[in-house]
Design a protein around this ligand. Structure first.
Ligand SMILES: Cc1ncc(C[n+]2csc(CCOP(=O)(O)OP(=O)(O)O)c2C)c(N)n1
Ligand SMILES: [Mg+2]
Length: 616
């Protein structure tokens, strides 16, 4: 007879989560770093009671906003290279839906997170309950169905025993490098509290190790043949290099064969910025060093990248007509994109096998030397953009220079939206793998501060520096208070250009009037003058407004000694961005307009569109 234990569904769930382990550096650790929770109707009585039972093995953390706590959970998974992750639970209705945007963020970025939103009563007796939407024609619909398209696995638990196969499936998805993404177990509130005789074996300790898929023989042979025939090979390193912790194998391959490397937003820090073969950022926000190689490359080895438009310059970047793209990716969907030669494998395993097969082969030295020269030229341009200044309104690049000088490359730098991603991708000199944390798959405003908190939980000994614009800050800043409460220090640099600077620039570039982006161009009775330092201080942070780049550097140096979250505010220029580097990006310009500026922009747009290649 199977031995059983009588538990509520929620108790079974939390007990199960607390028994899942992984091994990091030979040490067994819980795979779940904890559970973020905002309680309410639909989770306080069920999941809330169950989390209390396991609070010593599976800590619960309280936040101020469900989207933000989900950001923290997701950032934790990313900072752990997807080897460990967190869960997040909410009440039904608004609490649950507040996590949907974060679910999409994790879905796009292929990051593991377990969502446990409360759901309506499975028995429907008290319907409609508080916070329940009513569908006139579908009795099974609930607002939590919104999680379906943004979850890699979605299940609604309407009977207590359903949690048994659901947890199995959840763990498979969370730990599978190819399928990895958000899992949503939507927990009907009555079912959370229902008891069932669960088999004791469900709660046995399990140790999950990452699956490292090795390449198929034929795919490997085709990739090796393509690379051996290359005159101008180039590697694009994406986030998959970091998740696979393949930096060592990447360095070995490219050093052996003299192949230059460029990095996507997700893949930046795959090699340190000062690695001679690292051409750094590629694409729309790329360096001149990387982009001129991408234009000419005849074989592009794309490793662990989704090849999104910022990487490919909306498919106008690669100009060598006879080029071959090799897609080394653990996920077949990505490996075969744009008719690439697929090489389905874990990045580390795939790179190792390519190294072995290419032993003794070298790219033509003229190509490698040309790359090194291009890097030197780029470094001079970047140094100019980031140099110190006395300007009253410095550029984002000049602020980045100050942060880099004050903090070095040893910190973990985090950003997500606004003008900063482009500038940081080009200009930040990253150190160790994972030290550059960008959320630029979904580019969610409001990821920054909560994301920083998640990174700090994953790397408590690291200085975590968050760079954020005034727009993103105003959208979601509440977890500053949580960082103070948990004693998890962040250094937040807030660039106040009084509006949505990058969108204003995009508006101008597409012929638009300055309209509704900068505060001065928005309908107003009173011009807002937000005192960000006072605001951050009210949340418990150490906060200061600095008047210059020099003051910022001094304040950052001082902040290193603080053990409390520190917010440094600086006014910046909304109109300037770094001219050097970069590439065209496809943003559709209106075909007809009464504005001559729009018509002129449309003409340029139509010319640029001709650079795009289709069918590859
Ligand atoms: C949630 C969300 N809403 C809207 C956008 C579109 N968007 C991208 S950047 C941006 C402006 C960001 O303003 P700020 O943080 O001040 O940065 P700045 O552009 O001024 O550098 C907007 C509205 C987004 N990425 N995310
Ligand atoms: Mg701004």
């Amino acid at each position: 007879m199977t031995k059983t234990v009588r538990l509520t569904m929620a108790q079974a769930l939390t007990r199960f989560l607390s028994r899942q382990m992984t091994e990091i550096d030979g040490k067994k650790v819980p795979i779940f770093g904890g559970v973020w929770a905002i309680f309410g109707h639909g989770n306080v009585a069920g999941i809330g009671e169950a989390l209390y039972q396991v609070r010593d093995e599976l800590p619960t953390f309280r936040a101020h906003n469900e989207q933000a706590m989900a950001h923290a959970a997701i950032a934790y998974g990313k900072a752990n290279f997807r080897r460990r992750f967190m869960a997040a639970t909410t009440s039904i209705g608004p609490g649950a839906l507040n996590m949907v945007t974060a679910a999409a963020l994790a879905h796009v970025n292929r990051l593991p997170v377990l969502f446990l939103p409360g759901d309506v009563f499975a028995n429907r007796l008290p319907d409609p309950v508080l916070q329940q939407a009513e569908d006139f024609s579908d009795g099974t619909a609930s607002v939590n169905d919104c999680f379906r398209p943004v979850s890699r696995y979605f299940d609604r638990i309407t009977r207590p025993e359903q949690i048994i196969p659901a947890l199995n499936r959840a763990m498979q998805v969370l730990t599978d490098p190819a399928e990895c993404g958000p899992v949503t177990l939507s927990l009907c509130q009555d079912v959370q509290a229902e008891a069932y005789d669960y088999p004791e074996t469900l709660f046995a300790e399990r140790v999950w190790t990452p699956r490292r898929l090795r390449p198929d023989r034929h795919e490997l042979a085709a990739a090796v043949a393509a690379l051996k025939g290359a005159r101008k090979p180039l590697v694009i390193a994406g986030g998959g290099v970091l998740y696979s912790q393949a930096s060592g194998e990447l360095a070995k391959l490219v050093q052996g064969a003299g192949i230059p490397v460029c990095e996507t937003q997700g893949g930046k820090s795959s090699l340190p910025d000062d690695h001679p073969l690292n051409m750094a950022a590629v694409g729309v926000t790329g360096t001149s060093a990387a982009n001129r190689l991408a234009e000419e490359a005849d074989v592009v080895l794309a490793v662990g990248t989704r090849l999104q438009d910022f990487t490919t310059g909306s498919w106008a970047l690669f100009k060598n007509a006879g080029r071959t793209i090799i897609g080394l990716n653990t996920q077949g969907f990505d490996a075969g994109k744009h008719w690439a030669l697929p090489l389905v494998a874990d990045a580390s395993e795939g790179l190792a096998e390519l190294s072995t097969a290419l032993k003794g082969w070298k790219a033509p030295s003229a190509w490698t030397d040309n790359a090194l020269k291009g890097k030197t030229e780029w470094q001079a341009a970047a140094a100019k953009a980031t140099a110190s200044t006395n300007a009253a309104y410095p550029s984002d690049a000049q602020v980045i220079g100050a942060v880099q000088r004050a903090m070095g490359s040893g910190v973990t730098l985090l950003h997500a939206a606004g003008g900063l991603p482009g500038e940081l991708h080009k200009l930040w000199q990253a150190g160790a793998p994972g030290s550059y944390h960008a959320e630029y798959g979904f580019s969610t405003m409001g990821y920054e501060i909560a994301g920083g908190l998640g990174v700090k939980m994953a790397k408590p000994d690291q200085e975590v520096v968050v760079m954020v614009g005034d727009g993103s800050y105003l959208m979601l800043n509440s977890e500053i208070a949580t960082s103070v409460m948990l004693g998890l220090k962040l250094t937040i640099v807030l660039l106040d250009n009084r509006g949505y600077g990058c969108i204003n620039r995009l508006q101008m570039a597409t012929g638009g009037a300055n309209f509704n982006n900068l505060l001065k161009d928005a309908r107003h009775e009173v011009m807002p003058d937000v005192d960000f330092a006072a605001h951050a201080a009210s949340l418990g942070a150490v906060a200061e407004k600095v008047a210059s780049i020099a003051e910022l550097e001094t304040a950052l140096a001082k902040a290193k000694g603080n053990d409390k979250t520190t917010v440094l505010v600086i006014d910046t220029d909304p109109l300037v961005s770094t001219e050097a580097g970069g590439h065209w990006w496809d943003v559709a310009v209106p075909e007809v307009s009464s504005r001559p500026q729009v018509n002129a922009a449309r003409k340029v747009y139509e010319e640029k569109k001709l650079m795009q290649s289709f069918g590859d």
